[in-house]
Write a protein that binds this ligand. Structure first.
Ligand code: HEC
Length: 139
């Protein structure tokens, strides 16, 4: 519960400022850069309307979403039991080195991304939040 409250608080205010401090680029430019960088994730992850789980879980609304909670995705026990809500800082760290944030998770992906690049991806992912495609039943 505490993590949830912190997550929501970060979503609503200070988190945005923290992210802005991290990457002082204009917001839209940051989102555009993140959209391009997200191409490195799309082998395994989908976002947007109709996003499905693939090799990795769909990432709609990931900022503020509980870790390991995409419906019908077979998470590793480590991520399933992580017990926190994704915020910008956690996502940036996870993109840069997932093992550091959730030891034993099964995302085998070394992004070699700078903090700035990871923050750009997170800025982009923030724009992919309104779509509740995740709950759509699989056929
Ligand atoms: C080679 C496939 C692959 C690539 C590429 C990949 N991921 Fe993942 N990702 C996974 C898998 C598999 C999981 C689930 C890990 C688990 O269950 O332990 C995951 C989990 C995640 C999660 C946690 C989701 C949740 O519901 O808690 C986030 C966030 C994430 N990935 C972001 C990214 C981003 C951003 C990129 C691109 C920079 C990326 N991933 C690239 C395979 C990948």
């Amino acid at each position: 519960m505490r993590a949830l409250i912190i997550g929501v608080a970060l979503l609503l205010g200070p988190g945005v400022e923290a992210l802005a401090a991290l990457a002082p680029a204009p917001a839209q430019a940051q989102v555009d850069a993140g959209r391009r960088l997200f191409a490195r994730c799309t082998n395994c992850h989908e976002v947007g309307a109709g996003a499905r789980n693939g090799f990795g879980p769909q990432l709609n609304g990931i900022v503020g979403r509980k870790a390991g909670s995409a419906p019908a995705y077979a998470y590793s026990p480590a991520l399933k039991q992580a017990g926190f809500v994704w915020n910008e800082q956690k996502l940036v760290a996870f993109i840069r080195d997932s093992e550091k944030v959730v030891p034993g998770n099964k995302m085998r992906f070394l992004s070699f991304m700078s903090e700035k690049q990871a923050a750009e991806i997170v800025a982009y992912l923030r724009t992919q939040g309104a779509v509740a495609a995740s709950a759509a039943p699989k056929r």
